[in-house]
Design a protein around this ligand. Structure first.
Ligand code: ARG
Length: 400
């Protein structure tokens, strides 16, 4: 009888390398290692030979970047999804897509088990496994980090050396870092003390605001129905636009975030984020909505943003609720078309100007000059009726 196969979400790091050997022995199974590219800069060459020499019977690499932008990032941007008002959700948004890619590969390769390298106290295990349950409930899920015998990195390294598993010679960063094009998440080491301000070496791509250029950088962003389509007058793909904006923002110290957040599993954790493009795009998008959305839609949508962020963070991307909210959000985005001019300067993004064919700003109504067309006299009647309830209440309760 041929062996059972396990599809492993493989990063090439120590944990998932050790995992290939560990899973093979424990389950007497073949391992199919799968790596998804979400735009991480980390080395992705040599992964195939590394996975195969470590004992995998097959390696698959999937470039998910374009799909990540078009089907995940843009939806989150249109929804205004910032977890607890701060985190643009880079790691959280990538997980359902990676999990889906793993499921797709597993089904093609006739695997019966899915394995991942997430720890037992984080959000990512939840996101992976809830996605597996939504897409392929019949496959068995393995989370070795929750079960195996290694209690330290040293123990893992010893196991790796014993079994000829290549251990990277480069010194391990004191931080735990997760990266994709929507942002970088950095935790552990000295960052675990929330009173310690992040050392400069914690930041991977942004320059410190103090060292940023003394001259501001001005950028122009054009949106079509809630999605950015051009940068500085140049139409480009979403992927290129995000990559360019990350570079420009990082060079101006934009997009550093330091946050205490509420994890799904009940822990408060401290995370540092770097998300230049996400910071700039969320800011610009919201400013365009201020100009183009009808008042009640603009104000109501804030609740939806929060619900949408929770869905992403909590790992329920593949849910009827997310689809239903997408329908609402897409309806709101029809007029979110226009141009914004922004200034990036020493860690800040500010707005220089905005314009839209669907702008609801009416200068004739807003002006205090001769050109004013607002009916001032009508305000008196409006206020009389608008305040009537409170007036009546006050008369009864204060007797005046
Ligand atoms: N706190 C973030 C989240 O749950 C990032 C998790 C991964 N962080 C890391 N530094 N490896 O989405």
């Amino acid at each position: 009888m041929s062996k059972e196969k396990i599809a492993l979400a493989y990063s090439g790091g120590l944990d998932t390398s050790v995992m290939i050997k560990w899973l093979k022995d424990k389950y007497d199974a073949e391992i199919v290692a799968i790596t998804g590219n979400l735009g991480q800069q980390k080395e992705i060459e040599n992964l195939e030979s590394k996975a195969l020499s470590t004992g995998a019977s097959k390696f698959r690499f999937v470039d998910l970047r374009e799909q990540f932008v078009e089907e995940y990032i843009w939806r989150a941007l249109k929804a205004g999804a910032l977890y607890e008002d701060v985190y643009p959700l880079a790691t959280a948004l990538g997980r359902p897509l990676l999990a889906k890619a793993l499921v797709d590969a597993a089904l093609e390769e006739d695997c019966t088990m899915l394995a991942h390298g997430c720890t037992g106290k984080g959000n990512d295990q939840v996101r992976f496994e809830v996605t597996f349950a939504s897409l392929a409930p019949h496959l068995k899920v393995l989370a070795p980090l929750r079960e195996w015998e290694f209690t330290s990195r040293e123990a893992e390294i010893a196991y790796a050396l014993e079994h000829n598993i290549p251990v990277s010679a480069t010194k391990k960063s004191p931080y735990s870092i997760d990266e994709n094009i929507w942002g970088i998440s950095i935790e552990c080491g000295v960052l675990e003390d929330p009173m310690v301000s992040p050392p400069e070496d914690a930041y991977q791509i942004t320059i410190s605001p103090e060292k940023a250029p003394d001259a501001p950088t001005v950028v122009e962003l054009e949106f079509h129905e809630g999605i950015p389509v051009s940068l500085d007058g140049q139409k480009m793909s979403g992927l290129d636009l995000i990559i360019r904006l990350n570079d420009i923002g990082a060079a101006n110290g934009v997009g550093r975030l330091d946050m205490i957040e509420n994890r799904v599993v009940g822990i408060k954790s401290r995370e540092i984020y770097e998300a230049p493009a996400a910071t700039i795009l969320h800011f610009a998008h919201r400013e365009l909505e201020r100009l183009t959305l009808e008042k009640s839609v603009f104000q109501y949508k804030k609740n939806i943003s929060q619900d949408y962020a929770n869905i992403i963070y909590n790992g329920t991307w593949f849910s009827p609720m997310r689809k239903a909210l997408d329908a609402f959000v897409d309806e709101t985005q029809k007029p979110v078309t226009g141009l914004l001019r922004l200034k990036l300067y020493k860690g800040n993004v500010t707005l220089l100007g905005r314009t839209s064919p669907y702008s609801l700003y009416n200068e004739e109504l807003a002006t205090y000059t001769e050109a004013d067309t607002f009916n001032h006299k009508a305000a008196a009647g409006f206020i009389h009726i608008y305040g009537l309830g409170l007036k009546t209440f006050s008369q009864i309760h204060s007797g005046r």
